[in-house]
Design a protein around this ligand. Structure first.
Ligand code: FE2
Length: 171
């Protein structure tokens, strides 16, 4: 067994994955108690996925002969005021996990996206100006989508589009 900063970072990621697991279980339990079995089932499944991520990293640490700490986690948030708050919390958690993987934040009137490639064309039709937006390799802020990673998004909008290059991408 050996120590390395890479191994340490991976152990921290294991803690993040287990923390997400605990948080999703807490959310699922909340929905179960509120008699919302479909939302509960969704978050129980998400919890298992996060646990699987933790176990994959753990297996990698073992295979790479790095120290495995199997770290503890802080208590999850429980006792939610309503049925929307936990979904928002889960979404915010996922956003924090994935934001570092993307180069642009894109906001339209209806949605918020993260993407690595953005193309905007300004077009005119019948005296109206509109934007044709194409995103590749994207993530969409949408509470009720089970899969938020999408390879290609096309949006037509008459409203403003805000595109921000994210800091810390190293590009
Ligand atoms: Fe994960």
């Amino acid at each position: 067994m050996s120590q390395s900063s890479f191994g340490e970072a991976l152990n921290e990621q294991v803690a993040n994955e287990f923390a997400a697991h605990q948080q999703y279980v807490a959310i699922a339990v909340h929905y179960d108690a509120e008699t919302l079995p479909r939302l509960a089932a969704f978050f129980y499944r998400q919890a298992v996925e996060e646990r699987n991520h933790a176990m994959m990293i753990t297996q990698y640490l073992l295979d790479a002969d790095l120290d495995v700490r199997t770290p503890g986690v802080d208590a999850p948030e429980v006792g939610f005021a309503d049925i929307v708050t936990p979904v928002e919390l889960a979404l915010a958690q996922e956003y924090q996990d994935v934001a570092g993987m993307f180069r642009y934040a894109v906001e339209t009137e209806r949605r918020f996206y993260l993407a690595n490639e953005v193309d905007v064309q300004v077009e005119h039709e019948g005296g109206q100006k509109f934007f044709r937006l194409t995103l590749n390799d994207a993530w969409v802020w949408d509470m009720y989508r089970p899969a938020r990673f999408v390879t290609n998004v096309r949006v037509l909008t008459f409203r403003d589009v805000n595109i921000e290059e994210l800091a810390g991408t190293g590009l």
